[in-house]
Design a protein around this ligand. Structure first.
Ligand code: SF4
Ligand code: ZN
Ligand code: ZN
Length: 332
């Protein structure tokens, strides 16, 4: 992780000799703001290259929530897109969380215009007739697991409809390691095995997913957004909640990082090598209602809509997304 340091002429930026503003502990490096943000962009580029995320990649879809992680990812990838010759489209899913969603939307529209990146906004209410709070109320399911499932489903459908070669997720190093540790402690090995930098796609059914922030600390992203003056949503999601196991896992990983700076990065590289070995040949059954991947023959989206609305709505949702994409309701 990196920390801001107060200006001291004797502590100089390693690259340009000006007073350093950031100390990168794991790299034992002092940098000025400009060279720090460049360093983070190069870190992402190296991650992309290390895991060959750019191979066969021409069109990339980025899911953007308006928070610091996905907004930083959007800015970093828009800077790198010419290096890898990729076209970027971003997607925001409006969950109907009142002020939080309104603020997120305006931030994303503004950023996508500034960066010249086409942006698609899909409202959950328009898609299935309910906002996230209404679905939580009706289904009695925990908000974050419901939200995660809906976002994954919609992102995948949009990825397939626009012909994206991959979907970039904003999960950073701290997220990935704490989720992996939690999955391991609970012996949820199927989820654990997905904590790799790339999840391969299935042609016509599931878009490939990549995690370009696999080796970037959360605190570095926070600093990046701050030093680049990137507008991010100020309010917290009203449902924000971190379960006790994830909280403890983060605390333990933070302590190990404090003791041995760089620990998290080396752990992430081992995880990248080994995670998929824990579950091999997991069978994917296509949902009998919408044809999307499922573990039991009915996908999470169709199960939810059956419960809340009395019938599976996967096919209808795909049709609506197809029309949206065809009508080019992008904001640029
Ligand atoms: Fe969704 Fe939970 Fe994040 Fe809110 S905190 S946006 S409900 S995953
Ligand atoms: Zn410098
Ligand atoms: Zn389905």
């Amino acid at each position: 992780m990196s920390v801001l340091i107060s200006a001291n002429p004797r502590v100089q930026c390693k690259k340009c000799g000006r007073p350093a503003t950031v100390r990168i502990r794991y790299a034992k490096l002092n940098l000025c703001s400009e060279h720090f943000t460049e360093y983070i962009e190069e870190r992402v580029a190296k991650t992309i290259e290390r895991y060959k995320m750019h191979s066969d990649l021409k069109k990339l879809l980025i899911g953007v929530s308006g928070g610091k992680d996905s907004m930083s990812l959007l800015y970093i990838l828009s800077k790198l897109k010419s290096r890898y010759n990729i076209e970027i489209v971003c997607l925001h899913i409006d969950l109907g969380l009142n002020n939080y969603s309104e603020e997120s939307k305006s931030i994303i529209i503004e950023a996508s215009r500034e960066l010249g990146i086409p942006c698609l906004i899909i409202s959950l209410k328009d898609l299935i007739g309910y906002t996230l709070p209404e679905l939580v109320e009706k289904s009695k399911r925990p908000p974050c697991s419901l939200c995660g499932m809906l976002k994954r489903y919609v992102l995948n459908l949009v990825g397939l409809e626009i012909g994206a070669d991959a979907i970039a997720l904003g999960h950073h190093l701290d997220d990935i390691l704490s989720f992996a540790l939690k999955d391991f402690l609970l012996q949820d090995l199927v989820d654990f095995s997905k904590m790799t930098p790339i999840t391969p796609g299935i042609p016509g059914v599931a878009a490939k997913r990549i995690k370009p922030l696999y080796e970037v600390y959360e605190s570095d992203l926070e600093l990046y957004a701050k030093l680049k003056n990137i507008r991010v949503v100020g309010a917290n999601c009203p449902f924000k909640y971190r379960d006790p196991i994830t909280t403890s896992a983060r605390k333990m990983l933070d302590e190990l990082e404090e003791y041995a700076p760089g620990f998290k990065i080396s752990l992430s590289r081992k995880l990248a090598r080994n995670a998929s070995r824990y579950v091999q040949g997991e069978s994917i059954i296509l949902c009998k209602y919408c044809g999307m991947p499922s573990s039991s023959g009915i996908c999470g989206f169709c199960k939810l809509t059956m419960k809340v609305m009395g019938e599976p709505k996967g096919r209808e949702a795909r049709e609506k997304i197809r029309k949206l994409v065809d009508s080019s309701s992008f904001n640029n």
